[in-house]
Design a protein around this ligand. Structure first.
Ligand code: HEM
Length: 125
């Protein structure tokens, strides 16, 4: 291993099983948030957790290949505003910290999610 080698965020978080557990815990928070819950009223949450786990694994440098829809397409027409996006990401941050992820690593994950905000809120669509 050379001195500059750094494992992927995926590996530093603990791999697939940890990401899956975090994704479940995260959506529990989202569904308890009265502002966010209505967006998921018609959603099959087991499938949603699975898609999000796959997306995160792949976005954080893991081996998974995301098989879902393009993010802009999946979120368009749902009326998701910047404040919804911010709360969503806040719940993810809280989940990471509850799982014992370091502040530095949590910050890296959140920065990566934040790069997708235009696709989610439709500003680029
Ligand atoms: C960076 C932030 C986000 C990421 C990475 C993300 C990721 C995803 C993924 C991977 C899917 C599945 C697409 C598919 O089925 O092929 C999805 C669907 C969805 N997302 Fe997001 N999402 C984000 C933010 C949000 C926010 C802020 C909301 C609303 C508050 C939201 C609401 C939804 C809804 C309603 C669906 C469709 C669920 C269904 O099929 O019924 N997402 N998202």
């Amino acid at each position: 291993m050379n001195a500059t080698y750094k494992p992927s965020l995926y590996d530093r978080l603990g791999g697939e099983l940890v990401i899956e557990a975090m994704t479940k815990a995260f959506y529990d928070k989202v569904l308890k948030d009265i502002e966010l819950k209505p967006f998921f009223d018609k959603t099959m949450m087991a499938k949603q957790v699975n898609m999000q786990r796959e997306f995160l694994s792949s976005a954080l440098g893991g081996p998974a290949v995301y098989s879902g829809k393009n993010l802009a397409y999946a979120h368009q027409g749902r009326g998701i505003k910047t404040q919804h996006f911010a709360k969503f990401v806040q719940h993810f941050l809280e989940t990471l910290l509850e799982f014992g992820v370091s502040v530095e690593e949590a910050d890296e994950v959140i920065s990566r999610l934040n790069t997708r905000s235009n696709e989610i809120t439709g500003k680029s669509y």
